[in-house]
Design a protein around this ligand. Structure first.
Ligand code: FAD
Length: 472
């Protein structure tokens, strides 16, 4: 039982804020990005430094509280918040420090992608991450990190150099390729299972202005464009990324009125090669079929990174279903077109993110992210502002996924999954699951951190051997 006196002990150990149900800020503080999620934690510990995180972890463990870790609060399944437990909220640990000489970036565990893009752009640098600037670095990185630079620079985890972590027993470790290398392997795709990551050290790349943006085609041309895309992307230069989408054109600028509310297909391109080659790279693409709308041109990298933010403010209803895809067959394309024609709302969409190029050249066992040999990460997302449409958008995403799943590789990108059960998590980590479970056993043997795509601590001979070796 938590009393005012016990929570006061945590309050006195923290420099950040402690927010309880009686607090006027409580309802705002418990909100996450997905408006479908409505959870009521017992306490929200808004940490400002590592000492706060240690105090919160110790308090949660000692009082047997369920613990959720909140980075940017964007997680599809709402894993940044829990009912009746403790939320370790890192949103105020949002610093970004760029070292332009070494081309590295130190990022607080609760920073948003936009903060990283803003800070690095001033030095003509960029870190590969996701396509919305409002997403958190925390869970995006720990789950993988797909985006406009995947083919050029790899996933975000492929650019992770080190992490600072507060473990379940309240101790603090630095993990990198030399220290706690097992933990460093596990956090590059294994999510928030192993501890609270208080900072990320990331490698940055020399990228300032992209030749980028969306090209749209009519839905009648979608089958032809998808077939062209599936053979074009694997052969395209690594400096070119392009994800395929089905969408409904928003009724407002910069979209021309005759396209408003039309269901279309599109590719969002990002070319980071030499500016003088950009037009010649895009000439054959534009020649395949003249796009109905072509917004591709030079733009500062952070402009591309935040291009879709305004369309998707926090609080919309989101329902996600995803898979990895090795081959985009003709049969799969037929199903795609069928469900694209039934997009249930203006915000609902389907994205196919390429995972070849630099990301595909890394071995499946090098990080927990074990579908490097797949070609695409596919996601169907039903989205709408109106909670009354929750069932409709969810049903469309489920039906679409059911039709496409037989054509998929098995697992899905963890950051595109909602609560889908243990079998799905095992399918996603494949041969890497057992190794992750051993690392989990070593660093979080009681599964204190379980509000995540949960990896159960291993048990058996190997795991016991590992657990005897206390963290260095
Ligand atoms: C609009 C939108 C666009 C997206 N676009 C992309 C994209 O382009 N590319 C992509 O790869 N993904 C994308 N995603 C998916 C995104 O990666 C996940 O939703 C991710 O979980 C968001 O991270 P967050 O920190 O904001 O989430 P949160 O809700 O804060 O994440 C909570 C979960 O992450 C863990 N966690 C978060 N931070 C930490 C930390 N510092 N230490 C330990 N555990 C932590 C927690 O244990 C918990 O399980 C997008 C999501 C949305 C909603």
């Amino acid at each position: 039982m938590l009393t005012g006196a016990t929570t006061a002990s945590l309050r006195s150990n923290m420099r950040g804020e402690l927010i309880e149900a009686s607090d006027a800020r409580y309802n705002e503080a418990r909100k996450v990005y997905n408006g479908m999620i409505d959870r009521r934690p017992r306490i929200i510990a808004r940490c400002v430094d590592v000492a706060d995180v240690i105090a919160a972890v110790n308090f949660g463990r000692e009082h047997k509280l369920l613990i959720a870790i909140r980075g940017g609060g964007h997680n599809s399944g709402g894993l940044g918040v829990c009912d009746d437990g403790l939320v370790i909220d890192l949103s105020h640990m949002n610093y970004v420090r760029v070292d332009p000489k070494r081309r590295t970036v130190l990022v607080g565990g609760g920073a948003l992608l936009g903060a990283v893009d803003h800070a690095t752009h001033a030095f003509g640098l960029a870190v590969p991450s996701g396509i919305f600037s409002t997403t958190g670095v925390g869970s995006l990185t720990l789950g993988g990190g797909l985006g406009h630079l995947t083919r050029q620079c790899g996933l975000t985890i492929d650019n992770l150099l080190a992490v600072d972590v507060v473990l379940a027993d309240g101790s603090f470790v630095i993990a990198n390729s030399k220290e706690h290398s097992d933990l460093f392997w596990a956090v590059r795709g294994g999510g928030g299972n192993f501890g609270v990551v208080t900072s990320f050290l990331l490698k940055a790349h020399t990228i300032h202005t992209d030749y980028a943006g969306p090209m749209l085609w009519h839905l009648e041309d979608a089958a032809e464009m998808m077939r062209w895309y599936r053979s074009f992307i694997p052969k395209a230069p690594s400096a070119l990324n392009g994800f395929f989408a089905f969408l409904t054109v928003p009724p407002g600028p910069p979209f021309p009125e005759h396209l408003h509310n039309k269901k279309m297909c599109g590719i969002v391109w990002c070319y980071t090669g030499p500016a003088k080659s950009a037009e010649s790279i895009f000439k054959p693409i534009r020649a395949v079929k003249t796009p109905a709308l072509d917004l591709v041109g030079p733009m500062p990298h952070p402009v591309l990174q935040s291009m879709f933010d305004a369309l998707y403010p926090p609080g919309l209803q989101w329902y996600w279903k995803a898979d990895f895809v090795r081959e985009l067959s003709d049969e799969a394309i037929v199903e795609h077109i069928k469900y694209a024609a039934q997009l249930p709302t203006m915000h609902s969409t389907m994205h196919l993110y390429p995972i070849d190029g630099k990301a595909g050249r890394i071995k499946n066992s090098d990080t927990p992210w074990c579908y490097r040999d797949a070609k695409w990460a596919q996601v169907m997302v039903g989205v709408d502002p109106d909670p009354a449409n929750k069932e409709r958008i969810s049903a469309w995403a489920k039906d679409y996924w059911n039709a496409l799943h037989p054509h998929s590789a098995g697992g899905a990108y963890v950051n595109f999954m909602m609560d889908e059960g243990d079998d799905r998590i095992r399918a996603t980590y494949g041969k890497n699951y057992d190794r992750l479970a051993k690392v989990k056993k070593r660093y979080d043997p009681t599964n204190l951190f379980r509000v995540n795509q949960n990896i159960k601590p291993a048990w058996g001979a190997d795991a016991r051997t590992l657990s005897k070796t206390s963290p260095q």
